[in-house]
Write a protein that binds this ligand. Sequence first.
Ligand SMILES: Cc1cc2nc3c(=O)[nH]c(=O)nc-3n(C[C@H](O)[C@H](O)[C@H](O)COP(=O)(O)OP(=O)(O)OC[C@H]3O[C@@H](n4cnc5c(N)ncnc54)[C@H](O)[C@@H]3O)c2cc1C
Ligand code: SF4
Length: 418
Amino acid sequence: MEIEKIKEKTEYCLNCKMKPCSQKGCPLENNIPSFIKAIKENDIKEAYNILTETTVLQPLCGRVCPHKKQCEGSCVRGIKGEAVNIGDLEAFVGDVAINENYKLFDGKIEEKKGKKIAVVGGGPAGLTCSAFLAKYGFDVTIYEKYDYLGGLLVHGIPEFRLSKDLVKNTIQKILDLGVNVKYNQELGKNLKLESLTNEYDVIFLSFGANITSKMGVEGEDLKGVFGGNELLEKKCYPDYKGKNVAIIGGGNVAMDCARTIKRLGAESVKVIYRRAEKQMPAEEKEIEEAKKENIEFLFQNNVVKILGKDKVEKIELIKTELVKKEGETREVPVNIEGSNYIIDMDYVVMALGSHAEDFVKDLGLKLNKYGGIAVDENGRTSNPKIFAGGELAGTKGTVAWAAKSGRDVAMTINKEYN
Ligand SMILES: Cc1cc2nc3c(=O)[nH]c(=O)nc-3n(C[C@H](O)[C@H](O)[C@H](O)COP(=O)(O)OP(=O)(O)OC[C@H]3O[C@@H](n4cnc5c(N)ncnc54)[C@H](O)[C@@H]3O)c2cc1C
Ligand code: SF4
């Protein structure tokens, strides 16, 4: 973005003393007014250093955070008009830091502590935890299942929303802190928790929860039904050209699957969501983009069953009405009896949420009610030597919340070993 435009955006910030954008809106509590002030004063390096006090994923969070629900949603300017465009400003600072080769934490690393930490999973939670641990002087090794780092920043959010080169360059700054990585190491397969607990002082588990949840409808196991998370992660891309595809769900995963499949040449992509448009968890911006790309939306429609002999052929839907129910914060969709109808379909993508892999049950750790790993307020599991964070430990499903959990665990470990 041109510097004049950036300057215009910074001038619009009121430098509020109470910092609601930081304190109420930003999961990471980035010091938003201060970094904006530093840009105003033409000191981008200082703006970057201010941001690195709380985050290491600036150019990525600047682009993919749901800003309207987070920092910009709490901006004072937003009460009477448009909020300050905080996301663009953070992305700008992150981009300059990459181009100018600024170092994370201004290159200041604390004295080595002689303690070894293993981090399992190199997504936003694991990467952020590793960066802060390295800053505090710990020897950190990331164990990662794939031959690349980034997690859902790479194999979830598609390239058309987030450049993989940008992800790589952002991660390189973390590796430059001296973080070691062992690739192709998969816990539950060729990596055992017990060998890590023997070798390391502390373990941080951050291997995500990217298994699509089942809906429990008839026909869900037919050929041609995919889980949205696996579809993107494993690139389950049959020849979609000329085909009809239904996406079930209304969140980020549903939008990214719909837009990816449309780009792969599908004739029609229908997003089926049982509530109303205003209740969709996906970002407004993503919904607008999807509409522009001719993705159709069937709001207040529910799936009854998926029909077909050997593979998906049709899908049966039913209309819903939204009803106020006692004890519920939002209106609940209720099927309208007799409103069923059937449409032709070639593929169905389930995007109704996700959970952790089954092998977590065998790790000997207490689980939470979602089947992930249970942690206390410091991110510690039922084994005092093991911490967990990110989606695996049930943080809200955004990059910033996952990153916060990793950073906060690093701070706890640092306190305990100081
Ligand atoms: C399609 C999609 C779009 C999204 N869009 C957005 C968005 O726009 N904005 C936003 O803020 N959030 C978005 N999210 C959510 C966000 O990506 C996640 O909340 C965040 O990535 C969670 O971070 P994490 O570190 O907990 O897990 P992950 O990102 O899943 O990282 C886990 C890491 O662990 C590795 N791993 C997995 N299993 C093992 C194992 N057994 N052993 C070793 N390593 C393992 C994985 O390869 C990965 O590197 C999206 C999610 C999806 C699926
Ligand atoms: S609330 Fe808005 S105007 Fe106030 S400091 Fe934060 S970004 Fe600036």
